[in-house]
Design a protein around this ligand. Sequence first.
Ligand code: DMJ
Length: 456
Amino acid sequence: MKRLLITLFTLAVLLHPSTSLSQQYSEKQKRILRKEITEACRHAWNGYKTYAAGFDALRPVSKSGHNWYSVSLLMTPVDAFDTFVLLGMDKEAGEAETFVLSGLNFDLDMEVQVFEVNIRLIGGLISAYELTGNRRFGELAADLGRRLLPAFSSPTGMPFRFVNLRTGAVRDPENNPAEIGTCLLEFGKLTAITGDSLFYRTAKLAAMEVFRRRSDLDLIGTIIDVNTGKWLNRECQTGARLDSYFEYLCKAWLLFGDAECLEAWRTHHKAIMKYMLTETKNGSFFTRVDMLSGKETRSWYGALDAFYAGLTALSGDTATAARIQKGNFHMWTAFNIEPEVFNFRTDSIIHPGYPLRPENLESCFYLLRTTGDHRYMSMGDRMIRDIMKFTRTESGFASVKDVRDYSLSDSMESFFLAETLKYAWLIFAPESRLSLDDGVFNTEAHFFRKESKPLR
Ligand code: DMJ
């Protein structure tokens, strides 16, 4: 009997999901991992410099450069600069700085997507300004911010998706909460830097116009017409098109002490927990629901949703965050590398790509910081090793076209340098290197220092 009990106990320990994640990392192991991640970062940058210098991004399979629009906005150097500074890669930081300060000019008769240039360029320039004190970075950020303001000229104050940098002409009123609400942090910082309150007022009004249109269940939809204020798609989810709207409400409180944003964040978060959080044997996932009825539309979850575990931890609920992260890790390990979207009830893949996204590692970082539990280092270790093993090419790192066969596609998004490698490195770095008491990361992992005076 005693032997049977011991065998059962041993089996239970071995099968417990945390067993393989119970490793404690020594200082030496962490140092080695940081070194490997720094080397990966250097490899990606060398590829960019050799094959795509001056372009927005590297095409790592064809070894060429790619621009988003007709003229390069130097997405990769701007996005990567603060990662190089954080990782102590001084030579690379100097090179990225030279690209940016000698090549960046926003006076272009060219249409850009407000959301993307805001999080990557204004975000990158603000953190560069705060890190170096070089006013030129701040001036570039403010110049781009002013050129984005005409996008908010809709009858509701919510922005159009595209704006011409020189003429202010706008296009595409069918916008989504993430692209509408994800200016709060950058525009708040621009208000602090320039003293012009218009930036934060504009971004805040836009975010609050989304909040005002929440359903009786405190949920929102996926697409809204910024001219009429009417929802065009009523599906609520935590991933694409909604993710950073929720993130910025919470972080505008942390960064600027904006109590209205805190209230909005709490309202949505409560509803998300009530109607969307779904427990399974593999961990917790957020399902998609109709904003009016709260009824499930599709049990789809993916790489972008994974950030919400970190946000939940950051906002203080580490127990729920741990269950969501268990689901995130399942998503990673069940399919070799996480797919863009899968059905968490049937464990089947909906969209099979992995474009080098950071969110799963990002959540490991926040859970590690908030709980101190080394299982999140083990998770991060597994993920970054898979990334290095399966996505490395001769000239950089490539997105995975299909996680089932590890086939690659010809793209290395700038967020790989801005976010993925930064969060990976931070997981193994001493807390003293960057304290979450001092500020918050924008949604592209650019660190903004906390403001002493509240904004509203
Ligand atoms: C990044 O540009 C940002 O993190 C954004 O909020 C979501 N998508 C990518 C990374 O996956």
